[in-house]
Design a protein around this ligand. Structure first.
Ligand code: VGL
Ligand code: ZN
Length: 208
């Protein structure tokens, strides 16, 4: 079932998104054993890290008078304001120590532009600036992508939506993902939108 044309994408399994981190997802670390278990099935595994400068546009502290989780408009782009997280090179930005990283073919950093956020691993939030991942996958003749990681309703969601629109067959391994759920019911909404866009929502049990 899984062959050389398939790639596993491990999205943002970093300390700051796990319990104890700056933008902790409750039980976010529960995805790690699942991701480690499915890695051996894939020849191509690509990991991403959210990797921000300390003055990043997505940090509430960058906008005096604004609060965490406020939503603001920046040049026509809606931006949720987060606590500072995944500052490049910090412990919070490191992969969670339990994540198996030895077979990552590529580690892609995103969100490095201080003025622009990047939820998707394909395109930054202006929906125009490429991260380079599309070209990397195409040069390896990858046609199908399986997504795992954090967060279901942000980086996994936007990455999956871009993956299908770039023409990849796209599957989200739902038990290998965990969501922020801000605002309330955001995960449910993300899953509904992904399904209606032709993205398959599967369980890791279907791969093992
Ligand atoms: C993410 C919020 C802010 C994610 C990144 O990886 O889903 N969420 N930055
Ligand atoms: Zn971020």
């Amino acid at each position: 079932m899984i062959n050389k044309k398939n790639a596993l994408l491990v999205v943002d399994v970093q300390n700051d998104f796990c319990p104890g981190g700056a933008l902790a997802i409750q039980a976010g670390d529960n995805v790690i054993p699942v991701i480690n278990q499915i890695q051996p099935i894939f020849d191509t595994i690509i990991a991403t890290r959210d990797w921000h400068p300390s003055n990043h546009v997505s940090f509430a502290v960058t906008h005096p008078g604004k609060n965490v989780y406020d939503v603001i408009d920046i040049n026509g782009i809606s931006q949720v304001l987060w606590p500072p997280h995944c500052v490049s090179g910090s412990m919070g930005a490191a992969f969670h120590p339990d994540l198996e990283t030895d077979r990552f073919k590529l580690i892609l950093h995103k969100g490095m532009n201080p003025a622009l956020d990047s939820y998707s691993v394909f395109l930054e939030n202006d929906k125009k600036t490429p991260t380079g991942l599309d070209g990397f996958l195409r040069s390896l003749e990858i046609t199908r992508i399986f997504l795992s990681g954090l967060a279901t309703d942000y980086c996994v969601f936007y990455s999956a939506m871009d993956a299908i629109s770039f023409g990849f067959e796209t599957c989200v391994v739902i038990d290998a993902c965990c969501g922020v759920d801000i605002p309330e019911r955001n995960i449910e909404k993300a899953i509904r939108l992904m399904k209606s866009s032709g993205i398959k929502i599967i369980s890791s049990l279907e791969l093992l």
